[in-house]
Ligand binder design. Structure first.
Ligand code: ARG
Ligand code: GLU
Length: 719
């Protein structure tokens, strides 16, 4: 017995060193680079089963959900699962105090009750291919970056046009390995995507921002949608007579669950990673950028939390804004810790010393100066990077919200100023702005925004180099003697944009004469001074430095690939479909602490606390627990909830299918563990874990909690 355990442990340690886990791999290159290793780890299918243009394959069941998430098909009738936090915008848009689906959940009990979501898209990849040669045709070593880019963009356009000629498909062409390689993606975009079900936030967002990015986790982070198509099973705008879409493939769902060491694969759309940056970049992020941005967001969150805590209506209005503000804020904090713990800067420096030695000894001059050039540029670049990011925090990213309403007029004005004015176009532009205002005011609370505007103006002045102060501070520090709150009082009192009626009337009556009035509005003056600043020095300089860095990135990347020419590199994430494979695996977050690889319903009951908003367990769920009404979802007297594995994932992978060795769905990816969020810059198999929702908890909730078991009938469930 002892011996068997020892052998098992040794076997696990070997696979437990998990060299395979790092990487986000290109689906059409699996056969060449990965499939053997995947099969060694337990995968039982072939590369063709994952991606094929000749037969139905897993890729036909994976979509880009909306603009930044992944989703997957789980029935032959267009049923799609993604995260609750990915469906959040849609769920919130149907919610009000009277019909509060965020709080109570929503379940269509038949197809007629499904809710439409204008603007929501589901995008399938139909094919991809390497087009590097075609894209770089006519590019020479002697060209400037500008010349190079113009040849590339001309070639790219021709390649895309050709690829989708006479079809209803769309095409996307993206650089890989920082412009050393290019791939073309042909997509099919569906635009009738209806909401089918979502658990209450007390389940779908259980643990809220307290537990976000953390393990052990108990969030039931899923929502269900359905894709509709026209009579030919092709994309169509919403129409009542549209039919549920029949996908080429949907994921069977496994009830078998996961054990330590099991093979797992995540198939989705990771957004961005920075694995090949030099040490200077890591220094900039950990010492300057993250700390500065963490500071602004800490203040934003303090204000939002205070108003939301005091008024349930404000809590709903600012739910999504708060979640997105908090999300990156917390990740940035974890990222600094993780990079410090890994000694990421020293590691990069060691690699750079070795690289420099190799480059110096090489006959090729191309790589000799890359690192010194990086060093010079990063010193300048970080100042601009911070200012640029700070301006985004001011005028986008839930910054000065009301003030931002004065910034919607460029399109309308250029239409009105044309020699021959097309009244219909003008009208539709006006309607467009009014529609945006209506959406805006539904989720707006002025006292909160006013306090935040004053806070942001104060912090900008204190934290950003005086040479980047926009003109409006002359007014603030002159006429208002530096009294920011007095100035902000004036803006909110005098601006026509702080009131929905006056704002809409202004748009509806907009004519040439209104331009003057717009330019005199204090909200416009404030916004415009930041926009002008951003346009002038900051952005120009930022862009110039950025483009120098991009050239260095391309060179350094090529150099690294030559330097370590026996290693298989994976490209940084760029929101294209990727495969990450790894294993279910427990981990040690810190000294003397050991985390299991899964959580259960018991943990939800343990966390239950009516005094803490994030930990209020719905009565119905407590009842199911007390009466042990677990049905066939019971495992060892409880229900499994989440599990962790070593798959290398990032933002965008939310909602991605997590599949087992047989290609069956075992989980839905939704997060990473706090100790490992530095994996966007440096992955470490000991500390990096993706967090998935156990699909058995999903089925349990649909069946036992929601009483929507009719949905299970259309799924392919493997018991
Ligand atoms: N951290 C996850 C991701 O990056 C979940 C975010 C949504 N949840 C939240 N509590 N803010 O998207
Ligand atoms: N929650 C993230 C998303 O929305 C996934 C977590 C991560 O960054 O890995 O994509």
């Amino acid at each position: 017995m002892k011996q068997i355990v020892a052998i098992l442990c040794a076997a696990f340690l070997i696979s437990g060193s998990i060299k395979a886990a790092e990487g986000m791999w290109i689906p059409i290159l699996l056969q060449k680079y990965n499939i053997e290793e995947m099969q060694e780890l337990g995968f039982k299918l072939t590369a063709e089963d994952i991606y094929s243009v000749n037969q139905a394959s897993m890729k036909d069941a994976v979509v880009i959900f909306g603009g930044g998430c992944t989703g997957e098909l789980i029935s032959n009738e267009g049923l799609l699962i993604t995260n609750h936090h990915c469906g959040y915008g849609a769920i919130q848009s149907h919610s009000s105090l009277e019909n509060d689906y965020l709080t109570n959940g929503f379940w269509a009990m038949n197809r007629d009750e499904e809710l439409t979501n204008p603007g929501l898209k589901a995008t399938f990849l139909r094919s991809m291919k390497d087009v590097t040669e075609e894209v770089l045709e006519g590019v020479t070593e002697e060209m400037t970056e500008k010349e190079r880019n113009s040849v590339i963009s001309k070639n790219s356009k021709a390649i895309k046009d050709e690829a989708i000629k006479d079809t209803h498909f769309t095409a996307v062409l993206k650089p890989f390995f920082h412009g050393n390689q290019y791939f073309l993606f042909v997509n099919e975009v569906f635009t009738d995507v209806r909401l089918v079900g979502a658990p209450p936030s007390a389940i779908g967002k259980f643990g809220g921002d307290t537990d976000n990015w953390m393990w052990p986790r108990h969030t039931g982070d899923f929502s269900l949608f359905r894709i509709y198509a026209n009579a030919d099973n092709e994309p169509a705008e919403y129409a009542e007579e549209n039919k549920p879409y029949t996908p080429k493939h949907h994921f069977p769902i496994s009830m078998k669950g996961v054990s330590e060491g099991d093979f797992t694969m995540v198939f989705g759309y990771p957004g961005s990673t920075y694995e090949y940056v030099p040490s200077y970049h890591i220094k900039m992020i950990t010492e300057e950028v993250n700390p500065t941005l963490i500071d602004v967001r800490t203040k934003k969150l303090e204000i939002m939390n205070r108003y939301q805590g005091a008024d349930p209506a404000v809590r709903i209005k600012y739910a999504a804004k708060n979640a997105s503000t908090s999300n990156s804020w917390k990740r940035w904090i974890g990222e600094i810790k993780g990079l410090d713990k890994l000694n990421a800067i020293e590691k990069k420096e060691e690699q750079e010393v070795a690289f420099q030695k190799w480059a110096d000894a090489s006959d090729n001059d191309k790589y000799k100066t890359v690192l010194t050039e990086y060093k010079g540029i990063y010193e300048e670049y970080s100042k601009y990077y911070i200012t640029y990011s700070y301006i985004s925090e001011m005028i986008r990213r839930n910054g000065m919200e009301g003030v931002g309403l004065s910034g919607y007029f460029d399109g309308l004005i250029s239409e009105i100023e044309k020699d021959t004015v097309d009244n219909e176009v003008v009208l539709s532009k006006k309607e467009g702005i009014v529609a945006r205002y209506q959406k805006f005011f539904k989720d707006y609370y002025m006292p909160l925004d006013k306090e935040e505007t004053a806070m942001l103006l104060q912090m900008y002045q204190e934290n950003i180099d005086a040479k980047f102060l926009p003109d409006v501070y002359m007014l603030i520090n002159g006429k208002y003697k530096g009294d920011i709150s007095k100035y902000v009082d004036m803006v909110f009192e005098k601006s026509i944009f702080m009131n929905q009626n006056t704002a809409e009337a202004f748009v509806n009556n907009f004519s040439k004469k209104s331009i003057k009035k717009l330019h005199k509005d204090p909200a416009y003056i404030l916004l415009d001074s930041f926009v002008e600043l951003a346009k002038s020095d900051v952005v120009d300089q930022y862009k110039e430095l950025r483009s120098k860095i991009m050239l260095l990135d391309r060179t350094y990347m090529a150099g690294l690939m030559e330097f370590e020419n026996d290693k298989v590199f994976y490209p940084d994430a760029n929101f294209t479909l990727r495969v990450s494979y790894g294993q279910v695996s427990a981990y040690e977050p810190k000294d003397a602490v050991q985390f299991k690889h899964y959580t259960t319903l018991e943990g939800i009951i343990e966390k239950d606390n009516p005094d803490i908003y994030d930990y209020r367990v719905p009565a119905k769920l407590k009842e199911l627990h007390t009466t042990k009404d677990f049905g066939k979802y019971e495992v060892n007297g409880t229900v499994p909830v989440c599990f962790v594995a070593t798959n290398h994932t990032t933002g965008g992978n939310s909602g991605s299918p997590v599949v087992n060795a047989n290609g069956e769905l075992i989980g839905i990816n939704f997060d990473r563990a706090w100790e490992g969020v530095m994996s966007d810059l440096m992955y470490n198999p000991e500390q990096c874990r993706n967090i998935s929702l156990d699909v058995r908890y999903v089925l349990f909730l649909i069946d036992k909690f929601a009483g929507a078991s009719y949905l299970l009938n259309e799924m392919t469930i493997i018991e």
